[in-house]
Design a protein around this ligand. Sequence first.
Ligand SMILES: NC(=O)c1ccc[n+]([C@@H]2O[C@H](COP(=O)([O-])OP(=O)(O)OC[C@H]3O[C@@H](n4cnc5c(N)ncnc54)[C@H](O)[C@@H]3O)[C@@H](O)[C@H]2O)c1
Length: 320
Amino acid sequence: MRVVVTGAAGFIGSHVADALSGAGHEVLAVDAPARSLAPAVARRAWAEVAARPGVAAAEIDLAVDALDAVAAADVVVHLAGRPGVRDSWGPGRAVAERDNVTATRRLLAACARARRRPKVVIASSSSVYGSARRRPNREGDPLNPASPYAVSKVEVERLGRLAADDGLRVVLLRYFSVYGPRQRPDMAFHRFVEAALDGRPLPVFGDGLRSRSFTHVRDVVTATLAAAAADLPPGIAVNVGHPDHVAVRDAIAMLTDALGVRPEIQRAAPVAGDATRTWADIARARDLLGWTPSIGLRDGLEDQISWHRALRTTAEVRVG
Ligand SMILES: NC(=O)c1ccc[n+]([C@@H]2O[C@H](COP(=O)([O-])OP(=O)(O)OC[C@H]3O[C@@H](n4cnc5c(N)ncnc54)[C@H](O)[C@@H]3O)[C@@H](O)[C@H]2O)c1
């Protein structure tokens, strides 16, 4: 199968590209590393993805460049975009609009024009729900986006459903707080582990009582590949999240136990628009994709910590 992965220099995209090429598919990796929240990290990851056997790489800005090559595939896994609630306020609003909404609109238009229309798997986000209350969020729940980022993902989904009405096979995956090796440097566990390894206080937004359906990137990859292979109703949304929600405070306790440290906590004001709780109902993913996550938070955190440690060793070897 010929698969295009957009956002392939990114956290989730690099893992998806690795898994697809590992499974023997022909992969075209697409990214514009300068558009990343962390361009230096994306540039390094881009060089690694492009060097992988079975992967061709094309630097393409989805918001402005020609997209015919991106649409020439059996499947397009669209993971490129500007993630993050915190950075979407102020000037970030226009960036989220450009790299999430405009990029997706152009990509869908190119796929609709293609001689052989590809299937399109699109990354959405649990943030479209706002905060979960007494029960986990199901896909049919009303959407309640509370930040420019979440609003941009609601619009991405709307564009996806419109394209599906027009006959394109589109699947919308609502990812919940993804973590694991190569996690983005702006994300909580990445910041916590780096601070703890440096001996600095852990920078925590809010009181630590917010809870999340933390989901390991390997489980996210499994769900994404299953969605790419499955024959699903066009335009359907599917939650991809761990069914347990864990308070940030408890996740920090697991993390510091695993690291064997007791760092200070440095509290900052909660981030505007951040959900108090995200909580995934995964009945649909189980029924349609045969997917349930297999990695619990304790094991998953150890995996991420090992990656941070290995990164430091490699950096020391390079410097030494
Ligand atoms: N990481 C999570 O917890 C999470 C949760 C929910 C949804 N998502 C969504 O999943 C997707 C991947 O997230 P991630 O954490 O891997 O983010 P990431 O920032 O690591 O990866 C996104 C990649 O997209 C690229 N990109 C941005 N704008 C582009 C453009 N105009 N043209 C081409 N490439 C462009 C960036 O350079 C970057 O490499 C995003 O759509 C994000 O909103 C992520």
